[in-house]
Design a protein around this ligand. Structure first.
Ligand SMILES: Nc1ncnc2c1ncn2[C@@H]1O[C@H](COP(=O)(O)OP(=O)(O)O)[C@@H](O)[C@H]1O
Ligand SMILES: [Mg+2]
Length: 395
């Protein structure tokens, strides 16, 4: 394989290790600086130049986009995608994970554990937001900070308000987050490749510091994650669409609390703490994935006119409860069940004899008109409000 390693630091630990690992497995790998690339678009299609010369073709790209060049870097990654080159992490996934607010917004929908977080703009809403996440002390974070820079612990409400107002007045966007005190300056970094955690470490802050980043002097030790932490890390990476990710979690009293998901996780800390060959694992995973075309399943499947992918929730009164996949008769209606979502787990390609239970969600592919008949109409599926606030009735 011919691999392009997109990095501005071709000589740092991660780049060196990836190069060694790729060469050891018989690949050709070249470090390329994204900032020296030019993006070109015309009727002949997308192309890229490097220092003014047309870039030769590559089988795969490993993007290591630093946070200072996210915009340009992700534009280049997107260009490779348009040219049909496989990229280990996609541009959309990198963009999403880079923004702490955006990624938590997406993860929250899937009810993953995370510290309560708020984002408000109106000055009058700041106090309420601080209280809603649990009151002072609170953590205030810049949306795109990294290495612990831009993460502040505000001890009192007054200080928190002052910091937020100051940052907002200079057009800096911040989130307000519950301070997970019980994690005591420690956090967990899970290194996810594909559908598993290949390594994990605990980072501990030094002295009075609450940030455990290695760049803030944090120390590291290898750990084996509990299944709960492992599943949370893998799910978070999947939801954001990252094949390789460093998922940072706090150890809260009620389980894992995701802080952020990194799309270019460093290799030095984790390889040195665990003694594992993570660079080798990344290259092996890349080899497996390059052989599959990268595509959007929804897009591909809906190309057949009149067909679509849809989720069918199985309510307690559904005619499917207790029936086997075969007995639902869906196949005769030209509907295939691709998977069953049950609680937090996915049952892929369910067999004919698999029983369907109340609460399942059937991920189906089939004729749109037949699917429409099976989903409740809009008024029937309006969800009950989260908290019912009793209104005072006038007497
Ligand atoms: N809500 C929180 N409660 C307790 N500690 C936190 C919280 N958020 C962040 N920290 C600490 O600060 C560090 C940096 O925060 P993080 O959100 O990962 O930003 P960065 O992108 O700068 O690494 C974390 O590794 C953790 O030790
Ligand atoms: Mg972090």
């Amino acid at each position: 394989m011919k691999i392009a390693l997109l990095t501005r630091e071709p000589k740092n630990y991660s780049s060196t290790r990836l190069r060694e690992a790729a060469e050891k497995r018989g690949h050709k790998i070249v470090g390329l600086n994204v900032m020296k690339m030019g993006i070109h678009l015309d009727t002949d299609g997308p192309s890229i130049d490097y220092r003014g010369k047309e870039l030769s073709s590559y089988d795969a790209v490993i993007p290591r986009i630093g946070s200072s060049v996210t915009f340009y870097g992700t534009a280049v990654v997107r260009q490779f995608e348009q040219m049909g080159t496989f990229t280990l992490n996609g541009s959309h996934a990198i963009t999403m994970s880079r923004d702490k607010l955006r990624s938590l917004q997406v993860l929250s929908r899937y009810k993953l554990g995370m510290p309560a977080t708020a984002f408000v703009r109106d000055r009058k809403s700041i106090l309420g937001a601080i209280e809603r996440v649990g009151g002072a002390p609170v953590v205030i974070k810049l949306l795109e900070g990294t290495q612990g820079i831009g993460v502040i612990l505000a001890e009192t409400t007054k200080v928190a308000e002052a910091i937020i107002e100051t940052l907002q007045s200079t057009s800096q966007q911040v989130i307000i987050q519950k301070f997970v005190a019980e994690s005591k300056g420690k956090d967990l970094r899970a290194f996810v490749i594909g559908d598993r955690v290949v390594a994990a470490m605990r980072r501990s802050a030094v002295g009075t510091e609450f940030r455990s980043n290695v760049h803030r002097g944090g120390t590291t030790e290898a750990v084996t994650l509990s299944p709960e932490f492992e599943a949370t890390a893998v799910r978070a990476a999947h939801i954001l669409g990252l094949r390789v990710a460093g998922v940072d979690m706090l150890e809260g009293t009620d389980g894992p609390q995701i802080m952020e998901v990194n799309s270019s996780p460093g290799l030095e800390g984790i390889e040195k703490a665990t003694g594992l060959d993570i660079a080798g694992d990344i290259i092996k995973h890349l080899e497996d994935q390059v052989r599959f075309e990268d595509f959007d399943i929804r897009h591909r499947l809906t190309l057949a006119r009149g067909y679509q992918v849809a989720e069918l929730p199985v309510g307690p009164d559904s005619e499917f409860v207790g029936k086997s996949v075969k007995d639902t008769g869906l196949r005769d209606k030209d509907i295939v069940i691709l998977s069953i979502q049950r609680g937090g787990i996915t049952i892929p390609n369910p067999r004919n004899d698999r029983a369907i239970m109340a609460g399942d969600v059937l991920v189906c592919y089939g004729v749109k008109s037949a699917l429409l008949n099976l989903v409740p109409d809009l008024n029937a599926r309006r969800r009950p409000k989260k908290k019912s606030v009793k209104k005072k009735t006038e007497s």
